[in-house]
Design a protein around this ligand. Sequence first.
Ligand SMILES: *Cc1c(COP(=O)(O)O)cnc(C)c1O
Length: 380
Amino acid sequence: MENSAKKRIYLSSPTMHGDEQRFVAEAFDTNWVAPLGPNVNNFETELAAYTKCGYAAALSAGTAAIHLGLKLFGVGQGDVVFVSSLTFSASCNPIVYEKATPVFIDAEPDTWNLSPRALEKAFEKYPNPKAVIVVHLYGTPAKMDEIMQICEAHNVPILEDAAESLGSTYDGKHTGTFGRIGIYSFNGNKIITTSGGGMLVSKEEALVKEARMLSTQARDAARHYQHSKIGYNYRMSNIDAGIGRGQLMHLDEHLKRKKAIYQRYQEAFADIAEITMNPLNPKGDANNWLSCMTIREGSSVTPDMVMDALEAENIESRPIWKPMNLQPVFAAYDFINHNENGISVGEDIFHRGVCLPSDIKNTDADMDKVIGIVRGLFEQ
Ligand SMILES: *Cc1c(COP(=O)(O)O)cnc(C)c1O
């Protein structure tokens, strides 16, 4: 009872501004409720202008974008695809949709992203993967220079899973624009949302056109319904795209507030030697989608204790993504460890980490409360 009376402090929930409603109302007024329409085209153009990605196809989900990206690379039965292991399952599920074989690549400790060293090892074992899926976890850019160099040497295309990192840059360039194909997600808890949706982006217009065609049931250019390929119903609706256009107008503001949250935690925990914040990439600028902490090995405080203490005060937090190589559904697939032996980097982060409330609507008082609870555990 007492809990329900307290306002819940969220991990990362949608933040609406009013502009979204304007675009949605416009769609209603002009009866562009479905299927496509000006919001979809404009959302694509506006996102392409923001990220300088080239071309963009608005889709029903980030997962759909990854699936179509793999199709565009020709991934099929028997093909090997390398993919970051420390991620959300949507990064790799589409590999299995296509009956291809994921090989999970460990993280490195500097950015928590795909380890170039493990990637080199993977190429020794599997010289001809069809694609490499690189994730920018929690918004921190991966080591793209090293990763791209390795992939270029082997002539293997990169599919960049920037679902969590819209607005993050590396070397001054937006994440999602390094790979031959990139994807973004607008799921409810991401840095901007369309309630649900995704985007496939590429410098190659032909790939993006093909993605649009496949996402609308793969109709050939004929008056009658003719199909030469298997299609999907993956296109974004004109209503959702309207929400996206309104959100995109406020992305810079979201980025500022996410960064302020990260910095606030960093300063607040600076004097506690047992706490380290999730790493940033010195070559990049993160969107700080989620602020996470790890607890030093051997501490008497565990991630479960932190999450329980927060939940007792009606505050949402979350474990680090459980690595894909530890998931029952992917147990049959190979995993390449960053370390020579012993526990992998991803498993270590999973055991020691917690995602802290990173909702941009959290007030200073909310932040004080979270920080007070966490500090309290370590000061006992
Ligand atoms: C959210 C997410 C996805 C999937 O995006 P949806 O829009 O939810 O389908 C893919 N990869 C990562 C790393 C994500 O966090």
